[in-house]
Design a protein around this ligand. Sequence first.
Ligand code: RM4
Length: 260
Amino acid sequence: MLLENKVVVVTGGSRGIGRAIALASAREGADVAINYWGDNDRSYGKASAVESIVGEIEALGRRAIAVEGNVAERDTGIELIARTVDAFGHVDVLSSNAGICPFHAFLDMPASVYETTVAVNLNGAFYVTQAAANQMKTQGTGGAIVATSSISALVGGGMQTHYTPTKAGVHSLMQSCAIALGPYGIRCNSVMPGTIATDLNADDLSDTDKRAYMEQRIPLGRLGEPDDVAQCVVFLASDRARYVTGASLLVDGGLFVNLQ
Ligand code: RM4
């Protein structure tokens, strides 16, 4: 078990990639604290997304708590870590995963769309990372922080002018935190998912031409699945990556390198 008896905190952990990270962590022996913001997703049957992910983790014999909060607000990260320590006694891993991508044209983008995307994706990552790192420093036994950046940290999107800078910022945040936190034995890395089929891009990919275009651009021939990313997060969080910090791992089926 790669995360035996570890305590893993996952922001945006009730759906999409975050849900897969929470489940993969539990399968590898971790107890999990899930942050979420809003719980109106009924695609998991009668139970809400939060109820169902907590139930799935507990069915694996691991413990789970769910803490609601908007990561864009600094106190959310502080409260999330405090609730985790209250429940499980310590924090070993942070998956800073929460993010939004409301596709929108650049020229008429309202300030609210831009500012909310920056607040959730970048400010949120900063605040939660800071809260987790302070707890890990206090514990004195190191830790691992894995942020969900994106292929979009490296390349652009015409409908993502607000979004791609935040993912580049998350990538850079991990690089700088690797330096700042290395002395405490805290490793900081990012994953860079390509096009992963989640509710984040369900509307965008409901355009069958767009979906077909993306699929044919990917050398492995398929869109990614949330667990494709979660497995890489588990690796970076685990002791197998004990000498890896400040790194980023593309999880994109070869999309980034595929010019022709
Ligand atoms: C990713 C990448 C994908 C998009 C999602 C929402 O960073 O840009 O193509 O579908 O964001």
